[in-house]
Design a binder for this molecule. Structure first.
Ligand code: UDP
Ligand code: MG
Length: 329
């Protein structure tokens, strides 16, 4: 469904959209002034080119920061109506903060682009994204050309993660993070997904509509430090698998069946040895099997627990975030 061929002329030409750029922020006070300069500058240049309409804006979502990020957002919003703010009452996490922003802008824009506050994703790709939108696409993924600037650990784990998702039959856009444009139709579709364990990269390909990709080079972070330590990243990856597929649980079931068959074989062997007068040698093998089987059982229980935990969170239907204040929206 992803259409990466030339997006050209045969497609309907949409009018210049009201574009919302949604920026989730956790403790980004250091970078926000620079970020706003760049993003507002980009919007003004797009307006001048007639590529987006005059009412376009940037929405900063403060995800429970503790470093004065909201003060900066208030200052930016006071200086220009193009800069808007949404403050969450506590840290909901990157995906939910982003979703809160997208849901807020879905009623007042024609297209929304999500981008991280550190601007590691190249803002120059926004021009091409809006062009693709205007030529009729509803979802435009920003895709990294390569991952050379990542460390070996991140690069290898990311590769393994994408492979696993593909192997489990989940639709995935490789090397795409949360830098993407969504049309009003795509936003409307996205807002109907009410899940708490949110993994937007997995949901957006499921929206259908007309999807395409633009390519860019990712830069290193200039101000502040990453808000995604290894533990958070691994949890995020686990969500990316278990929120979309019950296949791992089924694989454990198949494993269980194979183990039962093997143990039946061992039982036959033991009985034959017994009736032919041979004693079973050694305890090492017994101890080994006890440990091994217990390990497998615990692993299975762990995976089942993971799914039960998700069901538990979903059935509660808790509000997924709490808004505190809005500025200019
Ligand atoms: N972020 C957020 N809430 C969180 C963690 C991160 O809103 O709980 C924001 C963060 O401010 C940034 C974006 O999500 O705008 C991505 O985070 P970061 O750049 O630290 O991740 P990395 O690029 O290191 O993967
Ligand atoms: Mg970053």
């Amino acid at each position: 469904m992803i259409d990466s061929d030339c997006f050209a002329s045969v497609r309907p030409f949409r009018p210049a959209p009201v574009l919302a750029i949604v920026v989730p922020c956790l403790d980004e006070a250091e970078t926000l002034l620079h970020t706003d300069r760049v993003l507002s500058g980009k919007i003004v240049s797009l307006i001048e080119k007639g590529q987006v309409s005059d009412g376009s804006f940037v929405l900063y979502v403060d995800d429970g920061s503790t470093d004065g990020t909201w003060d900066v957002i208030e200052r930016l919003a006071a200086e220009s109506v193009r800069s808007r703010g949404l403050k969450l009452a506590s840290n909901a996490g990157h995906q939910l903060a982003l979703m809160a922003g997208l849901e807020a802008v879905s009623v007042c824009c024609d297209a929304a682009i999500s981008i991280d506050a550190d601007l590691q994703d190249d803002v120059e790709a926004i021009d091409e994204m809006t062009e693709r939108y205007r030529s009729g696409f509803d979802v435009v993924y920003g895709v990294r050309r390569h991952r050379k600037e990542d460390g070996v650990f991140k690069r290898t784990t990311a590769k393994g993660f994408y492979r696993l998702r593909n192997a489990l039959g989940m639709r995935t856009v490789n090397n795409h993070a949360d830098y993407r444009l969504l049309s009003a139709a795509a936003l409307k579709g996205l807002c109907r997904y009410r899940e708490t364990n949110l993994f937007l990269r997995g949901i957006v390909p499921m929206l259908g509509l007309r999807q395409t990709q633009v390519f860019y080079d990712r830069k290193p972070r200039v101000f502040g430090r990453s808000k995604y330590p290894v533990g958070k990243m691994l949890n995020f990856a686990a969500d990316g698998i278990t929120s979309f597929s019950v296949r791992p649980a089924r694989m454990i079931l198949s494993c269980g069946l194979v183990f039962v068959l093997i143990s039946l074989g061992i039982l036959t062997y033991v009985l034959v040895r017994h009736f032919t007068g041979h004693t079973i040698p050694g305890w090492a093998s017994i101890i080994l099997s006890i440990w091994f089987c217990t390990g497998v059982l615990l692993l299975a229980l762990g995976i089942i627990g993971e799914y039960l935990g998700k069901v538990y969170m979903e059935v509660k239907r808790r509000p997924r975030w709490q808004e505190e204040r809005r500025l200019n929206i």
